[in-house]
Design a protein around this ligand. Structure first.
Ligand code: ARG
Ligand code: ZN
Length: 839
């Protein structure tokens, strides 16, 4: 059941062309496939197939005898096939009954597909693996008005995709859809029709996705020299979708949450996500589709690189510093957490049971950091050369991490053997830095420790690119940024200086490591005020805040004036970027504190963390009391709503300030802000404040106003649970599962409710009575029967269970064991439970 990278072998018989005919019907869709097959080694041909009813099978027009093939629940084996032949099969499937949302399924009356990673085998018998690449012809028969597949359309419902692709990039959509259309002419002179397809009524909310697509196309040509390669590019919005979106060739399918936006219904964060995800899927056309992965162990080859590319794009569109800070926040929240617990795995894993369990923060976000480090180590020019060689050499290939690294070795003349350890060793390295000043010599000692992780011990040192600069005591930069690559376990750097400097290290977060550096508040305040590196300016404030919270949690909850003054100074600094100020005013999250306490060897108490964070917010609010009204007025964004970064930054800061104000006025300002809001960002900010202030009517009012809108109602479900006092959270979540609009089969709604509790209200989830754990386990067991992928993903809420006190650990283990002992669990969930319990 476990698949190993070391067992990789090419298929003996491959498929070079696929001809598919679909006769669509909700409970009995007929799929006829003609596969052009060619022998390339010895052995039987073993095709994948699941949940298929085989109606007919022939080779070169001759119906097969029963002894020429065999089927199981998951395979079709053909014995003694010739060197070249055409295999024809006919199967029947039931898209309407497919609640796993993998393969061909139905969402709100439309047909759609999700084939990555292994969904194609639920459509027809095929070699469902990424190293089998074929051209496709697809014919769709249906009365539905819009019939889409990959490639270019020759006549209604007939599609041809000339670019060889693996099964996971296949897509089909059929439904009553309307398009917003536009066009783009590539640098190669190709005219491309662009369509964003949505359900009738949603076409007023497609503008931003279309705009993001055009900017992505232009950016990829300008920055990476990559142009689009078909005459049409289709995006489709689907309401029931397990993931964010999918890069199917020429036919990207999106969770509607990441396409549909209007100022009335979507927040600035939604707009930013749409821009990022549209770009991400579009960029996959080269990094993923034209060059794909040899096997699923290489998933980071396309995902790490494509995330890195979408991060670069967002930095260009929205500003480097705020984008980088946001990306690092999410890396630490999701990936560092994963890397520190039972689910830790290398960016390129060596084995898995269920590949869908490996679409993780490690593969995506840490994978992107690896590309960033490579970029830093070889420099911009080396990076461009390496990429150019990769695109030239591997276009049309199913490639590996070795192929990727070889391009950079050849293009730059560097040996990347040690760098490859970043792909194979799991765990977040600790970088321990100590400073020494003596007699005109300033020395920095560096040490790296790569921690043990499940199944991996005794790790080797890795190359850590450390960007650093030096400031003098007044905050003047005396040494500009340079990059030192730490390759050994320890190392030192020395400088001749008359005075001890202030070190700004790991600038721009130059490596995904945990920095341990003990130093004075004075140094941190200097960096917060003066560092030329905006990331480190923010980081200095972050560390100051975290120290205060740590101290308050373990000792007493007094917040010193020096810190509050620094916070106030930043909050009121009219010269600083509002988006930056908003980020700097955000305290470390509850989970971030739990992680940090655990790393420091202290058992986190979720209630204490919750209480101390609130005390800190109140202290900041009190310190800012006199300035708050003025500051908020200064952040007004008059005129029509503009989703661009500049106004979004002002709204972000205004929202933060409103939060502080609510601590002081019980919700008076928030009530006025709610009434005045003319966009969803301001409305949500006020809504959250009012929930927090315990306003008894606001949830009902919001519901009344937005009940007709499914995406807005997801916010309603989530915000209520996240912003209720912890002791009431499980009870409220449970009540809301009985709300008319709760639908467990819709992933967005389910995630809003469950995530509202587990991620949004950690102290509520970790209620010492254990009800949160029981509630989650009950729902996981329920959902596992229909949608294992979603279930497995949400089960990760338990991955930090070993951090907590013995009583909570016992309660969580009991739920994990109860689930594990349930018969007929999916492979997805049982693998996750196994890994979490084994640790
Ligand atoms: N390749 C898609 C993306 O990164 C995600 C697909 C996830 N599929 C899955 N089965 N987990 O955009
Ligand atoms: Zn991706």
């Amino acid at each position: 059941q476990t698949v190993y990278l070391k067992d990789y072998a090419p298929v003996p018989v491959t498929v070079t062309h696929v001809d598919l005919r679909f006769r669509l019907a909700p409970m009995a869709t007929v799929v006829s496939a003609r596969l052009t097959c060619k022998r390339q080694g010895s052995g039987n041909m073993v095709l994948n197939g699941e949940m298929l009813t085989l109606k007919g099978i022939s080779i070169d027009g001759e119906t097969l005898n029963a002894d020429a093939y065999a089927t199981t629940d998951t395979t079709l084996t053909l014995y003694d096939v010739p060197d070249a032949f055409t295999l024809e099969t006919e199967v029947e499937i039931a898209p309407q009954a497919n609640k796993a949302l993998s393969g061909l399924y139905m969402s709100g009356g439309m047909y759609c597909t999700q084939c990555e990673a292994e969904g194609f085998r639920r459509i027809t018998y095929m070699l469902d693996r990424p190293d089998v690449m074929a051209t496709y012809d697809v014919t769709i028969t249906s009365d539905l008005p819009v019939l889409l597949s990959n490639g270019d359309e020759s006549s209604r419902g007939k599609w041809h995709d000339p670019w060889p692709k693996p099964t996971y990039l296949f897509a089909l959509v059929a439904g009553d859809l309307v398009a917003t259309s536009d066009s783009f002419t590539t640098s190669e002179g190709r005219d491309v029709v662009l369509n964003v397809w949505v359900r009738p009524g949603d076409e007023t909310r497609t503008e931003y996705a279309m705009d993001s697509l055009k900017r992505s196309m232009e950016w990829d040509e300008r920055v990476y020299g990559r142009a689009y390669d078909l005459s049409v590019f289709n995006i489709v919005a689907v309401d029931d979708f397990n993931m964010g979106a999918m890069e199917n060739k020429g036919l990207n399918i999106f969770n509607s949450k990441y396409v549909l936006a209007s100022s009335d219904t979507a927040t600035d964060a939604d707009f930013a996500n749409i821009e990022r995800i549209v770009a991400h899927e579009y960029f996959h056309n080269w990094t993923g589709n034209r060059i794909t992965c040899r096997d699923w162990f290489q998933l980071c080859l396309k995902e790490g690189l494509t995330v890195f590319r979408d991060q670069q794009f967002s930095q260009d569109e929205r500003g480097f510093a705020t984008q980088r800070i946001g990306d690092v926040l999410s890396l630490r929240a999701r990936q560092f957490r994963e890397d520190a617990g039972p689910l830790a795995h290398p960016v390129r894993p060596e084995s898995f049971v269920e590949i869908n369990n490996f679409y993780t923060a490690t593969i995506y976000e840490k994978g992107a950091e690896l590309i960033g480090m490579l970029h830093r180590i070889v420099g911009s020019e080396g990076y461009s050369k390496g990429c150019a060689l990769y695109f030239e050499r591997h276009d049309g290939d199913a490639a590996t991490i070795e192929d990727w690294l070889a391009c950079f070795e050849e293009a730059t003349g560097r040996d990347l053997t040690q760098f490859k350890l970043w792909y194979t060793q799991a765990g977040t390295p600790r970088l321990i830095v100590t400073e020494h000043f003596n007699d005109g010599t300033y020395r920095i000692d560096l040490e790296q420790i790569v921690p043990d992780t499940p199944g991996q011990t005794g790790k080797k040192p890795m190359p850590i690119p450390i960007a650093f600069g030096l400031l003098d005591r007044d905050g003047m930069e005396i040494r500009k940024t340079e990059v030192h690559v730490l390759t050994d376990r320890t190392d030192s750097l020395s400088f001749d200086l008359s005075e001890r400097p202030v070190l700004s290290i790991l600038r721009g977060f130059s490596a995904p490591v945990i920095l341990e550096l003990e130093r004075s508040d004075a140094d941190r305040l200097t960096l917060l005020a003066h560092d030329t590196d905006p990331f480190n300016r923010w980081e200095a404030g972050r560390v100051l805040a975290k120290d205060r919270l740590m101290h308050a949690i373990t000792e007493d909850a007094n917040f010193d004036d020096a810190w509050l003054d620094a916070v106030a100074k930043l909050a009121t600094d009219a010269f600083a970027d509002p988006a930056f100020r908003a980020l700097a005013l955000a305290l470390p999250s509850q989970d971030d504190m739990a992680q940090s306490l655990h790393t420091a060897g202290i058992v986190p108490d979720p209630d204490r963390i919750y209480a101390v964070r609130r005390a800190a917010q109140l202290a900041i609010a009190t310190r800012l009391q006199a300035e708050l009204p003025q500051l908020r007025i200064a952040m007004a964004t008059p005129g029509p709503y503009d989703p661009k970064a500049q106004d979004a930054g002002k709204r972000a800061l205004a929202g933060k300030l409103l939060g502080f104000q609510t601590f002081l006025d019980g919700g008076a300002a928030a009530r006025a802000a709610y009434d005045a809001a003319d966009n969803m960002t301001d409305r949500m900010a006020a809504f959250v404040c009012l929930l927090d202030a315990g306003d008894p009517d606001i949830a009902a009012r919001f519901e009344e106003e937005w009940r007709h809108d499914r995406l807005v109602m997801d916010k309603w479900f989530m915000a209520q649970i996240a912003n209720t006092p912890p002791r009431d959270a499980v009870h409220l979540a449970d009540d809301l599962t009985r709300h008319d609009d709760f639908d467990a089969s819709n992933p967005n709604r389910f995630r809003a409710l469950i995530g509202g509790l587990t991620a949004g209200n950690p102290a509520g989830f970790h209620n010492p009575n254990g009800k949160g754990y029981e509630f989650l386990a009950d729902w996981l067991l329920y959902l596992d029967k229909s949608n294992p992928q979603m279930t497995a993903r949400l089960s990760t809420a338990f991955d930090g269970w070993k951090r907590y006190d013995a009583d909570r650990q016992d309660l969580m283990r009991a739920q994990l064991e109860r689930m594990a002992a349930t018969p007929d669990l999916s492979r997805d969930l049982s693998e996750m439970l196994d890994r979490m319990l084994k640790s």
